[in-house]
Every structure is written in structure tokens, then in C-alpha cells.
Design a protein around this ligand. Structure first.
Ligand SMILES: *[C@@H]1O[C@H](CO)[C@@H](O)[C@H](O)[C@H]1NC(C)=O
Ligand SMILES: *[C@@H]1O[C@H](CO)[C@@H](O)[C@H](O)[C@H]1NC(C)=O
Ligand SMILES: *[C@@H]1O[C@H](CO)[C@@H](O)[C@H](O)[C@H]1NC(C)=O
Ligand SMILES: [Cu+2]
Length: 239
């Protein structure tokens, strides 16, 4: 009696949660059932004043879009996939020294998300008059071309030239230490460390608020658990 009432109560949740749980596996790595439940977040469409960038979409070591134009005050949010064993970073670089963190300027360090999975990290553009270059510090990724730019010029130090410079570093890329998330930045600043991203955030808009997103995360996790539990009860009833 209890079991059947419980199952009925959770069937709607099961239906709601299924697309997130049984959606396509995020990357090339074989997914366990636990990882399958944590589907890769994909960036919602950008809106005016809010640019959303996918980190390593489809398991490819790229940012998408990798080259954007953003005026002062624009927020740029990076969505890191939740794939076991592979993390990525948004680390501010220097055009003349690819795959290395930019040196501090006037006591200000570059931004650095640190190695992340299943989180989102937001930059606020504070000087749209300078190009901003960044790369992923996970070993080998920068040398494989995992780089991006904000307000890169159309000639000279373009996004393409930045990418070429990184590819030229290639396998001689130095392994960088993960210092965890660093706020601040030069030309664009992170005002908060990365926040957990809900796996079901794809398509939802206005997910830049970190407190809102952790709430969504908790909701998603509990729906998923309820769904799995509900399924178990349903199968018991059918047996
Ligand atoms: C972005 O930075 C600008 C300039 O520092 C500031 O006025 C604005 O409030 C910031 N935006 C957010 C959402 O923090
Ligand atoms: C953006 O802010 C920077 C730093 O304050 C300033 O130098 C620049 O002129 C601003 N850009 C525009 C288009 O006003
Ligand atoms: C990158 O963006 C800048 C600014 O929009 C643009 O001028 C340039 O052509 C772009 N470069 C590439 C390689 O897409
Ligand atoms: Cu990476």
C-alpha cells in the first residue's frame, strides 16, 4: 500500500528527470551509471549582456564559442562538463607567452578558474579596449589548442594567431600547477569562485546567479534520487 502510493507520487518526477538521466553520454569516456546521471552541462544561449561558453563540448578540447566580443560589464559564463577524470580550466594567458599564466600587472593576477568539472565560472568584462586571451591548464590541453579569446583584434594578435601559438607549443607544453580558483583578472574579472552547475541547466536562461544554480543542483540531485528510488519501487511491484 505504502509502496504503491509512493511510486505513484514519484512517477511524475521520474518522467521529469529522465531526459537528464538517460540523455546522451557527455564525452568519449565510457560513462558509469553515476556519471550518466550527471549529464554534461551545456551552455544556455547567450543573451544581451550575458555570453555563455561551453567548455569542451562533446569531449573536444575546445571552447565554444572560442572568440567573442564583449563590452564593459558583459558577463561571460563558462560551463564545465561533469566528466569523470577530465577537468578543464579558464586560465588567463599572455599572447607572447602561450600556455603560461599571464604575469601580474600592477599587482593584479590574471583570472584562473582552476581545474573544474560540473561547475560554472563567470567573468565580468572591465576593459573592453584590451584583448583577453585564455587557455585550459589541464596538462596537454593548451598545446592541443584549447584556447579562447575575448575582444581579440581582427589583425595581428587575432584568435587564430593565439590558437596557432598554442599549437606551436604543442607537446612541449609545461605542466602547470593547479592553484585552485583565483578571482580577479586583467581586463575581465572573476568576482566569485566557480559554482556548481545543475546538469539540467541546458536551455534554461538566466542561470548566471550562483546561489540560484546551487539551488537548482540540489533540486536536480534530489529528483534524480527520487526517480531512481521510484523506479526501484516500481520494479519491485512489477516483479
Ligand atoms: C561588472 O563590473 C562593473 C564594473 O566594475 C560593475 O559596475 C558591475 O556591477 C559588474 N557586474 C556584475 C554583475 O557584477
Ligand atoms: C571600458 O572600461 C575601461 C576601463 O575603465 C575604459 O578604459 C574603456 O574606455 C571602457 N570602454 C568603453 C567603450 O567605454
Ligand atoms: C575574433 O573576434 C574579433 C572581434 O569580433 C574579430 O575581429 C576577429 O575576426 C575574430 N577572429 C576570428 C579568427 O574569428
Ligand atoms: Cu581542458
Amino acid at each position: 500500500m505504502f509502496a504503491s502510493a509512493f511510486t505513484l507520487a514519484f512517477l511524475p518526477l521520474l518522467a521529469v528527470a529522465s531526459p537528464q538521466i538517460y540523455g546522451p553520454a557527455p564525452g568519449p569516456a565510457p560513462a558509469t551509471s553515476a556519471q550518466a546521471a550527471a549529464a554534461a552541462p551545456s551552455a544556455p544561449p547567450s543573451t544581451s549582456g550575458q555570453i555563455n561558453i561551453d567548455v569542451a563540448p562533446g569531449g573536444n578540447f575546445v571552447f565554444s564559442p572560442a572568440n567573442v566580443t564583449a563590452s564593459n560589464g558583459t558577463l561571460i559564463t563558462f560551463f564545465f562538463p561533469d566528466v569523470a577524470g577530465v577537468s578543464h580550466s579558464i586560465t588567463q594567458g599572455d599572447f607572447s607567452n602561450p600556455c603560461q599564466p599571464i604575469a601580474a600587472q600592477n599587482g593584479q593576477n590574471g583570472f584562473d578558474s582552476g581545474l573544474q568539472a560540473g561547475t560554472q565560472f563567470t567573468l565580468n568584462v572591465t576593459n573592453d579596449q584590451i584583448p583577453i586571451y585564455y587557455f585550459c591548464k589541464f596538462p596537454t590541453h593548451c598545446g592541443l589548442g584549447m584556447v579562447g579569446s575575448i575582444n581579440a583584434p581582427s589583425t595581428g594578435n587575432t584568435f587564430d594567431a593565439w590558437m596557432s601559438a598554442a599549437l606551436k607549443v604543442g607537446s612541449s607544453e609545461q605542466t602547470l600547477q593547479d592553484n585552485g580558483p583565483q578571482t580577479g583578472g586583467i581586463g575581465a574579472v572573476a568576482t566569485a569562485t566557480p559554482a556548481a552547475t545543475a546538469s539540467g541547466s541546458a536551455g534554461s536562461s538566466g542561470s548566471s546567479g550562483s546561489s540560484g544554480s546551487s539551488g537548482a543542483m540540489a533540486l536536480t540531485a534530489s529528483s534524480a534520487m527520487a526517480a531512481v528510488f521510484g523506479l526501484g519501487v516500481a520494479m519491485t511491484l512489477l516483479a
